[in-house]
Design a protein around this ligand. Structure first.
Ligand code: NAP
Ligand code: G4F
Length: 335
């Protein structure tokens, strides 16, 4: 009898957690997720998978909860996706962001080191670490210059992962993932904020979309493609760090333009600038070179920029239409 491989995902309730869960189930894994205790359960992204996975309480702030969780689950692989992931919040809550995104990684690595050093560990590193970019495109060798408490905390998480690999011989990998989006993206992030607004404007229940820095450039990919790269890193013979990116960058303005054009609306009639959405320091441009991931683990993205925008607008159109069908009097398509 062969036993199924098992994985523990922290941050399973998030965007990537949902896509990674589906991917690992499709690969025949037993999937466990760590969730924070909350007075209300927020498992919306996992609804369709709920009976195929096991959820356990734990928190990146609580070392013992992590140790006990690994002892109970005995996973082959740990995907550490949990984090305070919204950059503007990191300016408001820099210490808490550091607790989750920096020290939380150390707690997770300590738990692996104490419970079972054969566990393979994935850390969710970020292109936000490149910040004020030193070269373009960015590779695994590009120096970091974080521009937010979020980015600075992720740099710590990145290096402590490398340190545990070198000190204790752990199979620990960093995925330096560039921005990746999907219909499951939180509505506070710019892409989903735009596609949600486009759908609401199309159906006449919103008129204006307030945004900040339209000139920022990002290398946007699809979350479903990027979680595949996480898994591929842990299947390789040796642990290493990889940039995961499409190699193509676009401005926020271009994202806006594509999203509004998809429903034949003129974005200039609806988008306004609100200084409240500018950051104390922003990352003006990001564009990744994923040559190493392509050549070493054979990873390639499948969804294009245009495909991503269309997928997200279509999903929000369907969702808003479904919501409105429950309150038909409000439905009023914009021309
Ligand atoms: P997300 O949707 O914001 O999900 C974050 C997850 O972390 C949620 O499940 C959240 O749980 C959990 N979490 C936060 N604090 C926690 C704590 N103290 N203890 C336990 N769980 C906690 O983020 P995502 O887009 O899926 O990103 C996944 C990871 O990749 C994050 O580490 C992010 O920083 C990193 N990353 C993302 C991108 C991107 O473009 N998406 C790019 C590079 C790196 P609740 O549901 O309880 O809030
Ligand atoms: O969508 P964003 O909030 O994503 P950001 O800051 O790039 O961070 C995301 O990607 C990182 C990888 O590089 C992850 F590590 C991180 O967890 C997160 O997933 O903002 C993108 C750009 C920024 O330059 C921002 O200033 O869009 C600009 N922007 C313009 N108007 C806006 C808005 N961002 C938001 N959230 N809201 C706006 O109204």
């Amino acid at each position: 009898m062969t036993t199924k491989p098992s994985a523990l995902i922290t941050g399973i309730t998030g965007q990537d957690g949902a896509y990674l869960t589906q991917f690992l189930l499709d690969q025949g894994y037993e999937v466990h997720g760590m969730v924070r205790r909350s007075s209300l359960e927020k498992f919306d992204r996992l609804t369709h998978l709920r009976d195929q996975i096991e959820l356990h309480q734990g928190d990146l702030l609580d070392q013992l909860s992590l140790i006990r969780l690994l002892e109970r689950v005995q996973p082959d692989e740990v995907y550490n996706l949990a984090a305070q992931s919204f950059v503007p919040t990191s300016f408001e809550q820099p210490l808490l962001t550091g607790e989750f995104n920096a020290l939380g990684v150390t707690r997770m690595l300590e738990a692996v080191r104490l419970v079972d050093t054969s566990i393979r560990f994935y850390q969710a590193s970020s292109s936000e670490m490149f910040g004020h970019v030193r070269e373009e495109p960015q590779t695994e060798k590009t120096p970091f210059w974080p521009r937010s408490p979020y980015g600075a905390a992720k740099v710590y998480g990145h290096w402590i992962t490398i340190n545990y690999r070198e000190s204790y011989d752990l199979f620990a990998c960093n995925g330096i993932l560039f921005n990746h989006e999907s219909p499951l993206r939180g509505k506070e992030f710019v892409t989903r904020k735009i596609t949600d607004a486009v759908a609401r404007i199309y159906y006449g229940i919103q008129d204006k979309l307030m945004l900040g820095n339209l000139d920022a450039q990002r290398d946007w990919g699809f979350s479903g493609d990027y979680v595949r790269a996480m898994w591929m890193m842990l299947q390789h013979d040796t642990p290493d760090d990889y940039v995961v990116a499409t190699g193509e960058k676009h401005t926020v303005r271009e994202f806006v333009q594509h999203a509004f054009e998809h429903v034949n609306l003129k974005w200039e009639n609806h988008v306004e600038i609100d200084p409240a959405f500018f950051r104390p320091a922003d990352v003006n441009t990001l564009c990744g070179d994923a040559t190493k991931a392509r050549e070493t683990i054979n990873w390639e993205p499948e969804v294009s920029f245009a495909g991503l925008v269309t997928m997200m607008v279509d999903a929000d159109l369907k969702r808003v239409e479904d919501e409105l069908s429950k309150t038909p009097a409000k439905k009023n398509k914009a021309g």
